[in-house]
Each structure stands twice: as C-alpha cells, then as structure tokens.
Design a protein around this ligand. Structure first.
Ligand code: NAP
Length: 266
C-alpha cells in the first residue's frame, strides 16, 4: 500500500523537487501540497508533475489541506519561522513529519519531543546520503586531530547561516573529542574573519555563492598533517533518495529522530 504524502513548501525549490520525487515513487502517493504563494495553482504547474501521478492536486494556502486529503506523512521544506508554527499542527493531527527545513535549535527539538506523542518526526539537516557519511567520517576523525574548522558553501538565496549540516557536524565532532587546541587569534582585523564559534570552539565559515547548491568541507589538523573531508551536492535531486527513505521509514521510527544516521544503520 502506498504512503499518502503531503508536501509543505511545495512551490519552493526543494518542495517542488520533493513533489516530483514522491510522484515518481511507486510506494508513495502525492495527495496534498501547501504553499501560500502558489495557492490555487496545480502541482503540475508549480512542479511539472504529470496529471496521472498527482499533478492535478491544487496547492493549498493552509495546512488544513493535509488532514482534509488524509495525508499520513507530511514533508516540510519551508523556512524556520514556518516550521516552528507547523510542527505543532502536524503533531496535533497525528501526522508523521519529515522535516528538511533547517534553522531549528535545541529548544525547538525539545518542544517537538514533547509534542510528538501520537506520531513520529524525522528532522534531517541534510538528506544527501554522501553528506551523512561526511559527518560520520568527521566524527570518527575528531579524536585523532587537534584543530578543526568547517567551511559550508550554499547558493545565494539561503536565508539562514550557518547551515543545519554545519551546526550538526560541529556538534557531533565536539561530542566525539574533548581535546581541541585553543584558537591562537589575538587580533581580529575584520570582524567575522574567523567565522562563527560553534560547539567546542570549532569555527564555522558560511559562504553564499551564486551557482552553488550545497557543499561542505571539514578540515582537521594535527602536527604535520591535515585531513579534508568534502561533500558536494550539485543538484537538488541528490537529496531525494534520503527524503524518500525518510518518508517510507518515519512511521516505524518512534518519537523524534534527528538525522538520517539511524535509518542508515549507524
Ligand atoms: P525556498 O525555495 O525559499 O522554498 C521555501 C518554500 O516554503 C517557499 O515556496 C515558501 O513560500 C514556502 N513557505 C514559507 N512559509 C510557508 C508556510 N508557512 N507554509 C507553507 N509554505 C511556506 O527554499 P528551499 O531552497 O526550497 O529550502 C527550503 C528549506 O529547506 C530551507 O530551510 C533550506 O535550508 C532547507 N534545505 C534542506 C535540505 C536538507 O537536506 N535537509 C536541503 C536543501 C535545503 P514563499 O516563497 O511564499 O515564502
């Protein structure tokens, strides 16, 4: 039986890609789409989905359309303010949530854990399976190096910084090692030159660049050697195998889970 999916942020770059992925997957059915700016247009018009696989679904302006269409799983790619308002609605309605929207913090996760009692949520800072591996490799490397910095690079329309992936990477590396060398900088001539200070003092640098999609490099250093771990998403389709995996597994992954790791077996 196919999973009934609603997509929130359906008119956005990621949301429209998700509409196409859900429409093209034999195990899922696109039953609802929400996006205030695109309301009234069809999914066929906003995402190029064929009529026989959900292209005729009319994009709604309100989340009520999800329950009305009997969505079992909602996929949300919106903006931080929207997802904060949307999560309680999904939990209240007993719908499973797959969240790609970044910018949620610890308080938001604690709130989600309190609310999702009847259904589950998978909150995934990065759906690219290669990126999940990059984070895991950085975590494994952390105890063997003294210094680490993260450079994340994204397209020029990304509104939050640093990326959720960068923050998550820094948190995982900080938890994996308690011994990091101190920052030697005594004088910062240009404010921000050393990036933002993340967990355990790991510096995070955010580049916003026209032409890019989503990229990250983790550089670790020790006496006489450095290790660079880099992942590049060249196209938004790179996120779709992870999104579909989450859609299929969220119903059997209890509570609120952050990241795809559990689903990948580590
Ligand atoms: P985008 O093109 O700006 O799309 C966001 C869409 O959400 C827009 O169409 C926006 O409509 C809509 N929206 C805003 N508020 C809404 C609400 N209350 N209800 C329904 N729809 C609403 O951005 P994007 O590039 O697709 O990225 C979306 C999010 O996904 C960002 O947080 C980004 O960081 C994240 N992301 C995550 C991953 C991952 O793997 N987890 C990968 C890529 C991106 P308006 O234009 O009218 O505001």
């Amino acid at each position: 039986m196919s999973v009934r999916v609603g997509v929130v942020g359906a008119g956005g770059r990621m949301g429209s890609e998700v509409c196409r992925a859900v429409a093209g997957d034999a195990g899922t059915e696109l039953v609802a789409a929400v996006d205030p700016q695109s309301a009234g247009r069809t999914v066929g018009e906003v995402a190029g989905v064929a009529a026989d696989v959900g292209g005729g679904v009319v994009v709604a302006g309100s989340l009520d359309a999800l329950a009305d269409a009997g969505a079992e799983v909602v996929v949300d790619f919106t903006v931080p303010d929207a997802i904060r308002a949307n999560l309680p609605v999904y939990a209240e309605a007993g719908m499973h949530a797959v969240v790609g929207t970044t910018g949620l913090g610890g308080d938001d996760l604690a709130d989600a854990r309190r609310r999702f009692t009847r259904s589950n949520a998978l909150i995934v800072p990065n759906f690219a399976i290669g990126a999940v591996l990059m984070i895991r490799f950085a975590e494994l490397a952390a105890p063997w190096f003294d210094t680490a910095e993260i450079i994340e690079l994204h397209h020029d329309r990304k509104v939050d910084a640093p990326s959720g992936t960068a923050t998550h990477t820094a948190e995982r590396m900080a938890a994996a090692s308690g011994s990091w060398a101190a920052d030697p900088t005594e004088k910062t001539v240009l404010p921000g030159a050393r990036g933002g200070e993340g967990p355990a003092g790991i510096r995070v640098h955010s580049v916003r660049m026209r032409g890019m999609v989503a990229h990250q490099e983790v550089i670790l250093g020790a006496e006489g050697q450095t290790l660079s771990i880099r992942h590049d998403s060249y196209d938004r389709t790179s996120f779709m195998p992870g999104v579909l995996l989450a859609v299929h597994r969220v119903g059997t992954t209890p509570g609120v889970t952050v990241g795809l790791d559990t689903l990948l077996g580590f």
